[in-house]
Design a protein around this ligand. Structure first.
Ligand SMILES: Cc1cc2nc3c(=O)[nH]c(=O)nc-3n(C[C@H](O)[C@H](O)[C@H](O)COP(=O)(O)O)c2cc1C
Ligand code: SF4
Length: 565
């Protein structure tokens, strides 16, 4: 193989060893962007630069879908094929691209101009079918616009319906979370870090990223841990199918979010914050950097913030296309320059997090809500919602409805009210919490969004009478099969078996014993998988085959199978 042109990054050598390793992913992203791929020789050179074995570099490159050691086309077009995108017609968009480019998904055109891929949810379900053209999110895409998109790529023109930080078209309402700039931060700095943690604890605020851990307790544990170095990480890896509320918050509420990170840093005694931004939202990075710079100018970041003896700054780290990096320990592994494989817990990040230091990881929405709590008071926050679920929840609604979008609702709002708000008719099923969430039927629509009833990181996917629920389950399983990190057996081996069994059910070729086996496998996966992905991957399938048993027929026994199978 001929030697590729490679420019050594002299700055890397100057970094301390642990910081150097954290610089690996940004370095690989740089080479990927410059050359379109990372060749074997590049990997060898980068290994030399970082003083690690080339196999380690390869293991990182092969983990992330945005990094590749095979030549890509000059332009990469990725079409989202999540369940909501499919409802909106993504299959027709795929067909139109395949026809226009003369290639199948996963291939590259002969002239090297285009690579075309199917991908999981792009966080654009409110404007789906959506695509990612190089770094630009585009949606909705009409099959008739495909030629114009290809032309714009070739000629450097404007992409129709590009979603940018300057021109955002969306439906929905966010009212409650609006707070005047720096009111919360100044109040926090005035009242002292103990009082901040007390206020957050009194508000009963629970994390909005999905797991619902109490924010005040998380901060208290990190604050109590003795260490000169601590970190605040904002989890903006939003990858759960049907979730796009963090995208809107990042574009419209960046200042409040960063303010929340500073408050968290002050409360726990950290001086550094990191925003882990999903790779698909890379186009938002320049605007976010500008906001950070503005806040530095205004002394809301940097040294002696607002005249207090408190220094804090924030940097942005871009992900590289791996859903599992949303899991907080996988995210930390990724930040440390490794494959994003979840860790065993304990130890928890509040004790041993980023580079071994105490670390608080919070969702985008959590950090925005925190500013609201400090600015307006815990009691004001607790007045809204239910006794066990204080405040509001920002939800992403997609699928079969007239007004998909990002809405802020009070905890305790019922599904039936949400369906009426977004103009959903003939709804057969609602998937709450994304592919890893709960699927409910019509007779459960009075259930409420709350930690004690239907808990969700934000995703609400609506399916009407025309949808085949087994196809939806199949779509979710394909997502998990693609995104499992493969580290533990129940998840790695279990998901393909679930897919196989589901196919048998779809083909009316599953007998009752095989059906029972499937449930016993799902229990094993829930019990023995290392992280939330493997533990929750079978959930939607179980819900769907239990609740929609009128959509398939089981063979009575093996004998029947032998005769008719
Ligand atoms: C597979 C998986 C994916 C996750 N993805 C996200 C995500 O995209 N964003 C997020 O905030 N939390 C995600 N989480 C939850 C995080 O691990 C963590 O609980 C959360 O970031 C903590 O923030 P919070 O307490 O503010 O909710 C995910 C968890 C799992 C198991
Ligand atoms: S459960 Fe799945 S995603 Fe999680 S660590 Fe195991 S293999 Fe990886």
């Amino acid at each position: 193989m001929s030697k590729q042109i490679f420019t050594k990054n002299a700055n890397v050598e100057k970094l301390e060893p642990y910081k150097r390793r954290s610089a690996l992913l940004p370095r690989l992203q740089e080479v990927q962007k410059q050359k379109g791929y990372i060749s074997d020789n590049d990997m060898q050179d980068i290994a030399d630069e970082f003083d690690i074995h080339p196999v380690e570099v390869y293991s990182v490159v092969s983990f992330y879908s945005f990094l590749t050691n095979k030549k890509h086309g000059k332009n990469i077009i990725r079409v989202s094929t999540c369940a909501s995108s499919k409802c909106a017609g993504s299959d027709n968009v795929v067909k139109a691209f395949e026809q226009s480019l003369g290639i199948k998904a996963g291939e590259c055109t002969k002239d090297g101009e285009f690579s075309f891929e199917k991908t999981s949810c792009l966080g654009m379900c409110d404007v789906s079918p959506a695509i990612l053209v190089n770094d630009t999110l585009v949606g909705p895409v009409n099959p008739e616009e495909v030629e114009a998109i290809i032309k714009a790529c070739k000629e450097g023109g404007v992409l129709p319906n590009a979603y940018t930080t300057k021109a955002t078209k969306r439906d929905g309402k966010i009212i409650f979370s609006k707070v005047e700039a720096y009111v919360g931060l100044k109040k926090a700095l005035d009242c002292g870090f103990d009082a901040v943690i007390k206020e957050i604890s009194e508000s009963n605020m629970r994390g909005r990223g999905g797991a619902g851990f109490t924010t005040g307790l998380k901060w208290k544990l990190a604050a109590e841990k003795q260490s000169d170095v601590k970190f605040v990480i904002c989890n903006a890896d939003e990858g759960e199918p049907g979730t796009f509320k963090d995208r809107v918050l990042l574009v419209e509420y960046a200042q409040t979010l960063f303010e929340g990170m500073v408050i968290a840093g002050y409360a726990i005694g950290a001086t550094e914050g990191i925003l882990y931004l999903r790779g698909e939202y890379g186009a938002f990075k320049p605007a976010l950097e500008d906001m950070l710079e503005k806040m530095r100018q205004e002394n809301a970041l940097g040294n002696n913030i607002f005249g207090k003896e408190f220094n804090f700054d924030i940097k942005i780290h871009l992900g590289s296309g791996a859903y599992i990096c949303g899991e907080e320990t996988a995210l930390i592994e990724s930040l440390e320059g490794s494959r994003g494989e979840p860790r065993n817990r304990p130890p928890f990040p509040v004790n041993t997090g980023y580079n071994g230091h105490p670390t608080v990881v919070n969702n985008v929405e959590t950090l925005i809500a925190v500013v609201h709590i400090i600015a307006k008071g815990a009691s004001c926050f607790k007045e809204i919602g239910t006794p066990n679920s204080s405040g509001t929840k920002i939800i992403s609604v997609s699928g079969d409805c007239k007004k998909p979008g990002v809405y802020e609702i009070e905890f305790g709002t019922s599904i039936v009210d949400i369906l009426s708000m977004v103009g959903a008719d003939d709804t057969k099923a609602v998937q709450v919490g994304g592919a890893s969430g709960t699927c409910i039927t019509k007779d459960e629509f009075k259930r409420k969004i709350a930690f004690e009833d239907l808990s969700t990181g934000g995703s609400i996917m609506i399916f009407n009478k025309t949808r085949n629920m087994l196809d939806i389950a199949d779509n979710f399983l394909a997502f998990f099969a693609e995104e499992s990190c493969g580290q533990c057996t129940p998840c790695r081996e279990g998901i393909p078996v679930l897919q196989e069994r589901l196919k048998m059910i779809q083909e009316n070729n599953c007998d009752e014993d095989e059906f029972k086996d499937l449930f016993s496998l799902t229990e094993t996966m829930a019990d023995a998988s290392k992280c939330g992905l493997g533990q929750t991957a079978p959930k939607a399938l179980c819900d769907i085959i239990e609740k929609f048993n009128n959509e398939y027929t089981l063979l009575k026994d093996k004998k029947e199978k032998e005769i008719y199978g």
